[in-house]
Ligand binder design. Sequence first.
Ligand code: ATP
Ligand code: MG
Ligand code: MG
Length: 423
Amino acid sequence: MPVTIGQTIGTDNRYQIVRKLGWGHFSTVWLCEDLTEGQTYYAIKIVKSANSFKTVALDEIKLLRCVKDQEPAAVGYNKIVLYHDYFVASSLYGEHLCLTFELMGPSLLHLIVQSNYQGLEQEGVKNIIQQILLGLLYLHDKCKIIHTDIKPENILISVKEPYIRNMVAHVNRFNELGVQMPKSYVNAAGWNEPELFEQTCDEASTSNVIYPQRVDPRMTSCPNKAFVNDFSKSIKIKQDNRPVSPLFVDPSIQVKIADLGNSCWENHHFAEVIQTLQYRALEVIIESEYSFPADIWSVACLAFELSTGDFLFNPQASEHLSCSEDHLGLIWELLNGIPPYIAHSGRRSSEYFTSSGTLKRISPENMKIWKVEDVLVDKYQWKRVDAILLADFIESLIEPDQDLRATASLALTKKWLDTIDRH
Ligand code: ATP
Ligand code: MG
Ligand code: MG
């Protein structure tokens, strides 16, 4: 669907497009002003028109309705990005489902990039992880929904009025400068032009933002310059202009879980393999049964990544090993082995494990047992006392046996979170 800045969409032309916020496989997401309620802004996700995308979006709407209506007074309800409603927009490519959400700011990936992959201060990490666990507590216990795609890109930061005003002013500045507003397309085949608007944003910008040294291929949004500047100010700068670890995060930061586009019901799954590779749980890799604990595994990966700037597991395929084999090797090294009864519990177990439960294609001599605590101390030069607390938290969330793995409510009681400094 060709989307032009300034155009109106929705019943009675209710929403006016202000700027693009981000994009994904299924959609582009736009900042829109609600003209019926002056100065009220929403994020509208315009889904690509092909039937396959529409079908997935209809499932997402069912899940979102459940989240919205299940128990608004329950703990964690406000930790999921609030969904309002949907409408249908027609274009020359067909019909597009348009989902309206509360407007959020950039994702956690932006904080990781801003830290120059050095990670965030522990207070900030604990604060963020606690909020994600509260959101999962609501999704799991009240809605019986498995998110299946917990990762930095899908956790969005709440923003306040001035941020939104700044975002709108930035677009108005374009008009003053006479910069042509680009169109962006979401067509039936799924082709789009995501970077176009971003490039023009940079041309019109006068800010002196410190950009990270590498482009992160995961980045799919164009955050407000004011946000980037605010966070840049709190980064300590080294001589070569690169931020020094760790990135300070305002302790009042609020985050919410977004993108239920891949989510499923506890008793009705849509896919056998779920989750983004680096955040994928052991049971998913070996294709055993999965449920809520798979989300908890991803939270551990996220806690490590926010703390260090690096993936907890970053499996790679090579000449000798498939990606999953490498992944299992990495898990083995971090956990000091995988119990045979777990190793043998998946549909693909015999592909990867011998009958005694060792890995088929990685010999023990080629593995280096390296527990989380030691990784934090040896590789990231953490103090042992700090490493012990985070390692204990992570290990209880990547427990190979799902029945023994911490649930969201148990994880919330862990000592690492207990030490949050409440201002
Ligand atoms: P994916 O390929 O990740 O499944 P998708 O097409 O389902 O993508 P989302 O992940 O829901 O789309 O949204 C795409 C991007 O749009 C997000 O990564 C985020 O940057 C931005 N975005 C989504 N929802 C909001 C919101 N409520 N407020 C602000 N930005 C948002
Ligand atoms: Mg997404
Ligand atoms: Mg999605």
